[in-house]
Design a protein around this ligand. Structure first.
Ligand code: SF4
Length: 389
């Protein structure tokens, strides 16, 4: 697969030159990222979990704040989930934070508070997949495990001019084998990081900078002028359109109701965190963002508030439609139709909690809930300015 090695066993000298070129490049070009100051497995683990699906620049402040509050696995294990989620608030994919804490508790209970060195044992921890396992164990403990993330897979595919889609399980398996074969086993932590760094800074998804690349002489895609065609584009799954109406109840004290369980919709849409009462709008809502769709949403959410939250029949003027919001969750294209509802008293609900509306954007909630809260606060601020003028 890999060019100088394709179809035959590579000579030791070729492999050595290849490894030396990448490691020397990394030694000269490595970025000073906060998690690179440490070999503590806990620090590396937290960074790797935060970096999943998230840009480095976005992760840095969260990483620093998180470790300041939870400097050890033991501190994380004995903290409240709400506090952990609070520090994670804004990073998204909250299941990562929940798993991190569950794993910390397991490490304290079963492994003496130390991240396990044994790959078989570490693999059983919540949220630890093959990639995270290899990254943490190679960087922290020098275990000869090749990590294969999206960046490394792309670089390997270009080096070998692999044209099958990277998500194809067979291709993935072959790339994993290739990564393991190329691994500089004397320095696996730096090797894995060097490959990732190359993918992040030089062999980027678009317009790779081959002229700066330490691997250019071995790169088959470059030789064939295919670097911009590889990896093969995935056929994108068509996004599913979901339309949700969400009710921001507001009582005279400025309090609103958040629910701990989802309404009539997929729980994943609000990251399984506290949320405003919401329902998926039934019926043909392809016109979800159009003005004429909003009254339909208001009628359905009104019925929901009456039937499931026990709100007495409210006058039409208690409802104010807010601007529609777009929100993307994995392959779902969500249209949010928020409605501000003035109530004399918030309903009581076993899964509900009354909180000041102005505090909601600062709570551990999904970004969709935050968008809705901000839209409601903007509308309320607009109304009170109008009343004053
Ligand atoms: S030569 Fe270009 S395509 Fe090949 S690995 Fe380097 S940056 Fe990527």
């Amino acid at each position: 697969m890999f060019p100088p090695l394709a179809g035959r066993k590579p000579s030791g000298a070729t492999l050595a030159a290849f490894r030396r070129a990448l490691l020397q490049w990394f030694a000269a070009k490595r970025r000073a990222l906060p998690w690179r100051k440490s070999r503590d497995p806990y620090h590396i683990w937290v960074a790797e979990i935060m970096l999943q699906q998230t840009r480095i620049a976005a992760v840095i402040p969260y990483y620093e704040q998180f470790l300041e509050r939870f400097p050890t696995i033991a501190e994380l294990a004995r903290s409240d989930e709400a506090e952990v989620l609070g520090l994670w608030s804004g990073l998204g994919y909250y299941q990562r934070a929940r798993n991190l804490q569950r794993a910390a508790r397991e490490i304290v209970e079963l492994h003496g508070g130390k991240f396990p060195r044994d790959a078989e044992v570490a693999r059983t921890l919540p949220g630890i997949g093959v990639y995270t396992l290899a990254a943490v164990l190679s960087i922290a403990y020098g275990k000869p495990l090749a990590a294969l993330d999206g960046n490394i897979a792309r670089v390997l595919a270009r080096l070998g001019a692999v044209r099958s889609p990277l998500r194809d399980p067979q291709t993935r398996r072959k790339l994993q084998e290739e990564a393991q074969r190329l691994l500089a086993s004397g320095n696996p932590g730096d090797w894995n990081q060097a490959f990732m760094e190359l993918g992040e800074t030089v062999c980027t998804p678009r317009a790779p900078r081959c002229e700066e690349c330490p691997m250019a002489r071995w790169c088959r895609a470059r030789g064939m002028e295919l670097q911009n065609e590889i990896p093969t584009k995935r056929i994108l799954r068509e996004g599913i359109r979901v339309t949700l109406a969400a009710a921001v109840l507001c009582d005279p004290r400025g309090e609103t109701l958040l629910l701990r369980s989802p309404g009539r919709h997929d729980a994943v849409l609000f990251s399984r965190l506290r949320q405003f009462p919401a329902i998926e709008i039934i019926g043909d809502m392809r016109d979800g963002v159009r003005e004429e769709a909003k009254p339909r949403a208001t009628t359905q959410i009104r019925n929901y508030l009456r039937d499931e939250l026990g709100l007495p029949k409210l006058l039409k003027k208690s409802f104010r439609q807010l601007p529609a919001l777009r929100h993307a969750v994995t392959f779902r294209d969500v249209v949010l139709l928020p409605v501000l509802v003035r109530v004399a008293r918030l309903p009581r609900h076993s899964e509900g909690e009354a909180v000041p509306l102005q505090d909601v954007p600062h709570m551990p909630i999904s970004s969709a809930t935050r968008k809705i809260a901000r839209a409601a606060l903007t509308a309320l601020a607009g109304s009170s300015n109008q009343a004053r003028n």
